[in-house]
Design a protein around this ligand. Structure first.
Ligand SMILES: Nc1ncnc2c1ncn2[C@@H]1O[C@H](COP(=O)(O)OP(=O)(O)O)[C@@H](O)[C@H]1O
Ligand SMILES: CC(=O)N[C@@H](CCC(=O)OP(=O)(O)O)C(=O)O
Length: 284
């Protein structure tokens, strides 16, 4: 009996959060670093399903940088990152699209659908809903900066009760162009901004943003982020992630969180507990 009462209590504890977040759009950035073992992937799918079932509208934007690098290494194609963003030659672009739009996107869609969702996978090339320009063609090749997102495509999917699963590839308006490789964090923040999402949550492979001693920083502001980037505490893949948090907040998203995707049910811990986990980035 005690156990049953506990279950009911847990449900009641989550009620204020369910009331607050019902009908709201949450963008979940599912980083390649968090897509590790099968058990964790299943937990991720359960969490997304739970959000969906209680009336939250999840939109998944996924990465896959680690798998792209693995395949490029296997093919003996050199790859390089500058400030956390990949240099994308035409040859690399071909693999990036195969891995992101082909392999990983479909894997996540199948996973969610096997758990009873109606997930639908798209990239920015579908209906040209994300278009981009080169970041700096001389330096980065086909790595892009998003110019425009047409939110109607995603709104329509949400309206039809789909869970959109977005691969971070953008279209170009030129015929025969291979398109652009977009850093998944920056793609997620643009998507969140264009949808006026309530929250954006980045699932990655660290407890959040760590300080010089390796301790978790639970709250960050723009000013503090600037200082931590300057002194090198924030480096590599964390640079686009904090930039993406700021971009999302500037475009009207209420809160951005960077959380540990290696912890089972980390999404639910963040959303349905008042303490939350990881690092939250605040505006102002
Ligand atoms: N201050 C920091 N705190 C936490 N992680 C950091 C920090 N600076 C750099 N990093 C690196 O950023 C990585 C996360 O970025 P990335 O590997 O691109 O993940 P994802 O695939 O989830 O986008 C961490 O694994 C860590 O190596
Ligand atoms: C331009 C750029 O860096 N694109 C990324 C796209 C994938 C990604 O961002 O994956 P994660 O979220 O797992 O890091 C790349 O080629 O790795």
């Amino acid at each position: 009996m005690q156990k049953k009462i506990q279950t009911v209590q847990t449900l009641l504890d989550s009620l204020p959060f369910i009331k607050k977040f019902r009908e709201e759009i949450f963008v979940i950035k599912y980083g390649g670093s968090a897509q590790t073992d099968q058990k964790l992937k299943e937990k991720f799918a359960q969490d997304i399903l739970l959000l969906y079932t209680v009336g939250i509208k999840p939109v998944v934007v996924h990465g896959g940088g680690k798998r792209i690098t693995e395949i490029l290494t296997r093919l003996q194609i050199d790859t390089e990152f500058i400030d956390g963003q990949r240099v994308t030659t035409e040859e690399v672009m071909e693999i990036v699209e195969m891995v992101l739009s082909g392999d990983i996107n479909k894997e996540i869609v199948s996973l969610l659908n096997n758990h009873g969702a109606k997930a639908l996978g798209i990239s920015g090339k579908d209906a040209h809903f994300i278009t981009a320009r080169p970041k700096d063609f001389e330096k980065f090749g086909y790595t892009g900066v998003i110019d425009r997102i047409d939110p109607a495509v995603v709104y329509n999917l949400l309206e039809e009760q789909f869970i959109p699963v977005i691969a971070p590839i953008a279209a170009s308006n030129k015929v025969g162009h291979p398109g652009y490789n977009i850093n998944a964090d920056l793609c997620a923040s643009k998507v969140a901004g264009s949808l006026k999402a309530k929250k954006i949550i980045f699932l990655t492979d660290t407890p959040g943003v760590l300080d010089k001693e390796g301790k978790l920083i639970s709250t960050l502001t723009e000013e503090k982020i600037g200082l931590l980037k300057q002194d090198g505490t924030i480096s590599g893949g964390m640079i686009p992630k904090v930039d993406a948090c700021l971009e999302a907040i500037h475009s009207g998203v209420e809160k951005a969180h960077i959380i540990d995707g290696r912890i089972e049910h980390s999404l639910l811990l963040e959303i349905f507990t008042s303490e939350g986990i990881g690092t939250q980035v605040l505006g102002g």
